[in-house]
Ligand binder design. Structure first.
Ligand code: CS2
Length: 485
């Protein structure tokens, strides 16, 4: 027996189920990128809104690539379990806010049709950094990318978010509908502004008038999202099944902590998410800086240490006292780069608990994936500020060196390092053992996808990075971090 509408009433007591009639929910949000993060974050808060009687905000979720989530949830009436774990106990809740799941490549026309439904007013996105098909630091679209080139000539069956959103905007405008409000929920600084800039660049290629319309009419509020959501494992499935008494093909597991801070710019309406603790502010930048630098930057450093030493999860790596001291030093260095509008100290105190949560099993390899797309905003941007202001930065610099070492073929135990980073595909792998430290650093700094020209021109920076990298090669990752704290 598996999870579905028909078993909801007989689930064990203590499990929260949708407190509303799902048949009466109408679509108001289209989500692009239906991964675990969306299902443990935005979909949960929309579920709250539906339960409070705001029935017009049901989610039509689209996967931009894989059929997996749709296939797993279709037999379950798109219901799934949200398992919240604080390290001591687990609570289970069945989420009903997703009313339809589409697979974009299978049926792009249907996705566009859904986006053109006049009842739909908001599009949320979690497509990861690489889904923007851009050089993110300078906000330029990869116009030579095969999928972008395809979409520029196949407007009616697009493959990219840019093709999809531009075509939907063109049709809504033609049909006299209101423009969509676009909410990028990816870990990119100024995500709303970046998305809009890229869409305008895309539209300018074929339809400058539409590009102008997008620029003038689409609202793309910036957003900060925060909740740790590891990929679901078979062990999680078994644990959830034991709690539910029926199987769930794809539950999601997350920590209790969450934060969702949004610029309040919704000209055509929005659900009353504030009732669930979502914050609406005028300027998200202080929050996103804090989160990207303190949480995500530290995550990338921890994941690199995990990849180099063979420690599998964040809790394993962070459980090492050398790492704890190093990450404390990392946070101390970054604190002066944060705005006074946010409380960095309080956030860090929370992070110490969150990183130690043993129930999450958040794997180093998951966080290390696509790191070349993450390092610029998480580590390089604050490092540039610290260097520019001549402030202490040895731990932040070490994090960068750790990432470089983690891109080697083998870890410190001689095991192959799994590197999931498609951006490296077109780049010759660096055999770190046959090159000197200077040569390795030189190869990395000349990788434009991560480092801009200004880094290449800074010879002091290169020398410091060589020293940090050499310390890792000589003393091992744990030895090198201990030397600098
Ligand atoms: C992580 C994030 O995988 C990663 O890169 O740093 O997914 C992180 O867990 C979330 O941003 C937390 O909000």
């Amino acid at each position: 027996m598996h999870l579905s509408e028909s078993v909801l009433a007989s689930l064990p007591t203590g499990i929260t189920i949708p407190a509303y009639d799902r048949a009466s929910i109408t679509p108001g949000v289209v989500h692009l990128g239906v991964g675990a993060f969306h299902r443990a974050h935005q979909a949960v808060f929309i579920d709250d809104c539906l339960a409070r009687g705001e029935t017009e905000w049901g989610i039509v979720a689209a996967s931009m690539r894989s059929v997996d989530t749709r296939d797993a949830l279709a037999p379950q009436d798109n219901l799934y379990t949200y398992s919240e774990r604080d390290g001591r106990s687990e609570t289970l809740r069945v989420i009903g806010s997703i009313i339809e799941i589409l697979v974009a490549p299978e049926n792009p026309a249907r996705l566009i049709e859904r986006l053109c439904d006049p009842r739909v007013r908001i599009v949320t996105l979690t497509v990861t950094e690489k889904g923007y098909l851009a050089n993110l630091p300078d906000r330029s679209l990869l116009l030579d990318h095969p999928d972008i080139r395809y979409d520029l000539v196949h407007g009616d069956k697009p493959r990219t978010i840019h093709g999809v959103l531009t075509e939907a905007t063109r049709r809504r405008r033609q049909e006299g509908g209101v423009p969509l409000t676009l909410l990028s929920c990816d870990n990119i600084p100024s995500n709303g502004k970046v998305l809009k800039t890229l869409l305008v660049q895309f539209a300018q290629q074929g339809d400058p008038d539409l590009a102008n319309y997008i620029d003038q009419n689409l609202s793309c509020p910036c957003v900060m999202v925060d909740r740790i959501v590891p990929a679901t494992t078979d062990t999680d499935r078994t644990a959830v099944e034991q709690g539910l008494g029926v199987t769930d093909a794809w539950p999601v597991v997350a920590e209790p902590y969450f934060r969702w801070v949004i610029e309040d710019n919704f000209p055509h309406g929005r659900p009353a998410l504030e009732a669930s603790g979502v914050e609406f502010v005028d300027d998200v930048e202080p929050y996103e800086h804090m989160k990207l630098r303190m949480l995500n930057g530290a995550h990338t450093a921890i994941a690199a240490i995990g990849q180099i030493t063979g420690l599998a999860t964040v809790a394993d790596v962070y459980g090492n006292p050398h790492v704890k001291r190093f990450i404390d030093c990392y946070w101390r260095e970054l604190e002066p780069t944060l705005s006074a509008a946010v409380s960095g100290g309080e956030y860090v105190a929370g992070l110490r608990q969150r990183f130690a949560n043993p129930a999450l099993q958040h794997r180093s390899v998951q966080i290390a994936s696509d790191a070349s797309q993450k390092v610029p905003q998480r580590i390089l941007a604050p490092l540039g500020e610290l260097i520019g202001e001549k402030k202490e930065h040895r731990a932040v610099l070490m994090a960068l060196a750790l990432w470089i070492r983690s891109c080697a073929q083998k870890d410190e135990n001689g095991q192959i390092i799994v590197i999931r980073d498609p951006v490296f595909n077109g780049w010759p792998p660096v055999d770190q053992n046959s090159l000197t430290a200077e040569e390795v650093i030189d190869r990395f700094i000349s990788f434009d996808g991560v480092f801009g020209a200004e880094w290449g021109a800074n010879s002091d920076f290169a020398t410091e990075l060589v020293d940090a990298y050499r310390a890792i090669k000589t003393h091992g990752a744990l030895g090198a971090i201990e030397l600098i704290v």
